[in-house]
Design a protein. Structure first.
Length: 312
């Protein structure tokens, strides 16, 4: 492949931590980082012309090094909005992973069956829809539903990213979706509010009334006002979800932490956040091993393949 012209990352971009600490918490065997990304390299996998940010290079080789350093066994790599619907960097990483990674893609509504089959063969198992207005332009709901209809034959699920303030307007639409739905980053609650307040209660209600909806208890670094190393103000929110829905939660690093402006998190500290929100070994195993295997590697999980209602 011919190299393309170099690019310049945003002036205020924070590069991932160069020397993360070794976590004190020992991850259970088979643990999965269920939310991480790869960026570029930009001269090989150029970023989308429609992107709203230009990141640093964060290639697969660096992700594998972090995986091994932290004691993680597998990764779920989520297509970043800066690459748009060109999933080439994602597919390249999946094909290099030797079965130890799965992918979440971005798709256009006109994606063909052949393109979907090729993505599935590479290891893609879901499609992501971003509702955060500062990051992407809005996707019409009819386009989203058209994509959902196309992926159902493959048994894929969808991942949604939104901010808590927008949930009242999106609630009924999300509740109507026919596939398994995985919500990013605890639904991005305002952690300066009450864990039992109206805003977070609405998200808990969404999960309680819709058994096909899962949650990633990820990114305390994005949600916290108190900050590192403990991200203590996020603990009650993530802990409430883990304890209420132990069979429908996932965890991930969010490496390389795109668009963070306040600080660059230490990935070792993010691992040490886990026992604060999943206090027992049973909860930890479900969060880190059983749930992600059931969703992304059902053929290895020992459980029956889930249907589109999220049941076994």
């Amino acid at each position: 492949m011919k190299a393309r012209a170099a690019f310049e990352m945003d002036e205020d971009w924070r590069v991932f931590h160069p020397n993360p600490s070794k976590p004190a918490f020992i991850l259970p065997a088979g643990s999965v980082d269920a939310h991480c990304h790869v960026f570029g390299p930009g001269n090989r996998f150029p970023f989308s012309a429609q992107r709203k940010y230009t990141p640093c290079d964060a290639p697969k080789e660096t992700l594998w090094e972090l995986r091994d350093f932290l004691g993680i066994e597998r990764n779920v790599i989520v297509q970043a909005s800066c690459h748009g619907t060109d999933n080439a960097a994602l597919v390249d990483a999946l094909e290099d992973a030797g079965g130890r990674a799965r992918g979440v893609a971005f798709l256009d509504r006109d994606v063909s069956a052949a393109e979907l089959d090729a993505l599935h063969a590479a290891g893609v198992r879901a499609v992501r829809f971003n509702f955060v207005k500062r990051l992407v332009d809005g996707l019409p709901r009819d386009a989203l539903l058209e994509i959902v209809r196309k992926i159902q034959r493959l048994g894929w699920h969808i991942v949604i990213y939104f901010e808590a303030a927008d949930l009242p307007d999106l609630y009924e639409f999300f509740a109507s979706l026919p596939t398994i739905v995985v919500v990013d980053h605890v639904g991005r609650p305002d952690v300066t509010g009450s864990v039992g307040g109206r805003e977070f209660d609405l998200f808990v209600r969404l999960m309680r009334e819709n058994e096909n909806i899962w949650c990633k208890v990820t990114c305390p670094d994005r949600l916290s006002q108190s900050g590192p190393p403990g991200y203590d103000d996020v603990i009650p929110f993530a802990k409430r979800i883990v304890e209420a829905f132990p069979d429908r939660v996932l965890w991930g690093t969010d490496w390389p932490h795109p668009n963070l402006k306040s600080h660059m998190p230490d990935d070792g500290q993010l691992v040490d956040f886990i026992p604060k929100i999943a206090e027992t070994s049973e909860l930890q195993r479900k969060l880190l091993v059983d749930n992600p295997l059931r969703l992304y590697w059902p053929e290895e999980s020992g459980a029956a393949t889930m249907n589109n209602e999220g049941q076994q």
